[in-house]
Ligand binder design. Structure first.
Ligand SMILES: [Zn+2]
Length: 331
């Protein structure tokens, strides 16, 4: 398969279809690449920009060697732009500045490519401004919109983009990539692959950030203690945790995987646990909660993440969440 030239691990069908469009020289004017954070959206978008502008005459494009590939990989190609949130939002001024650039023909490459990271945090004004470009894009423009939650985008944006939804990689894919490409030791690679839930970017950053695993262990220990704690103690914890709201999101995300594992165990499923290193604790807890409680707790975590992404006050979200967790005595 010719798609192997793309520097992307997994996401085979997405690579195959994008590569085909590039080879036929018929890319869509706009793509929406969606999927959970750290799953590989930016890597796929950058690879598409590489393939669109690679100067190699070989069929194995992108080559990674030519001037264009090198400039894009260094973030310095004049025709490839990455637009990231300015503070918490993507603002209308950023979209307008980009529109000016897009009105000019490419300087160096065949296509002008604009990649919008986390476009779900764009203001409504910014989204409306981008809509204009999506309606009448110049031939040489390819827009790539990235979003972990496309529900937050205007429906008119979604309908004008070709959709590329990404799904988690398999645990084996993540494990193999960690061992072969990032030289992670096999045991560690196995644990991180499970914990990653198929998000390779998360696994790579956890492999290189020694503080990740102790933080995870702490949040899981906290959860064990909270299940025995009363209402007041849960409120105190919510206040502490949300002094840094970015940490709260990580904790809730982690607790959701925990309750998923408990739910699977209670229901007698043979599916693999995510928190494999905590199997004994999960089995012990599964003796003390029923299916409805485990499911309610997992659903509550999902709801809390949904609310945090919509800027509901973090402290309130965590307080409500912790009250939704069962009280477990004797686990
Ligand atoms: Zn190249």
């Amino acid at each position: 398969m010719s798609s192997s030239a793309w520097p992307v691990i997994g996401h085979e069908w997405a690579v195959l279809s994008l590569d085909r469009a590039v080879l036929d020289d018929r890319p869509a004017h706009a793509y929406l690449i969606s999927g959970p954070s750290h799953i590989g959206k930016t890597t796929l978008a950058r690879s598409l920009a590489l393939a669109l502008n690679c100067q190699s005459t070989d069929s194995a494009r992108p080559c990674g060697q030519c001037r264009s590939c090198q400039l894009i990989n260094a973030g310095k190609h004049p025709d490839v732009q990455l637009i990231e949130p300015d503070g918490a939002r993507i603002k209308i001024d950023q979209v307008r500045a980009l529109q000016h650039d897009l009105s000019l023909r490419p300087v160096e490459g065949r296509y002008r490519v604009a990649i919008f990271d986390q476009f779900e945090v764009a203001t409504t004004e910014a989204q409306n401004a981008l809509l204009k470009t999506l309606e009448e894009p110049p031939d040489y423009v390819v827009l790539i919109v990235l979003a972990s939650d496309p529900e937050l985008l205007l429906p008119t944006i979604i309908s004008r983009c070709q959709q590329v939804p990404l799904r988690p990689l398999t645990i084996a894919q993540v494990r193999t990539a960690l061992i072969k490409k990032w030289n992670v030791e096999a045991g560690q690679a196995n644990l991180l692959a499970h914990l990653s839930g198929g998000r390779l970017g998360w696994a790579i950053s956890a492999a290189h950030d020694p503080s990740r695993l102790p933080a995870r262990a702490q949040y899981l220990d906290d959860l064990q203690a909270l299940l025995k704690a009363d209402r007041v103690a849960r409120f105190v914890y919510a206040e502490d945790l949300t002094k840094k709201s970015d940490l709260a999101r990580d904790a809730i995300d982690l607790w959701r995987t925990w309750w998923r594992d408990v739910l699977l165990t209670v229901s007698g499923s043979s599916a693999e646990l995510i928190n494999v290193d905590r199997t004994a604790q999960i089995q012990a807890l599964a003796q003390h909660v029923d299916l409805n409680q485990a499911k309610a707790a997992a659903d509550a975590c999902g709801r809390a993440l949904w609310q945090m992404d919509r800027n509901v006050t973090a402290r309130l979200v965590v307080e409500v969440l912790l009250l939704d967790f069962p009280v477990v005595r004797g686990a």
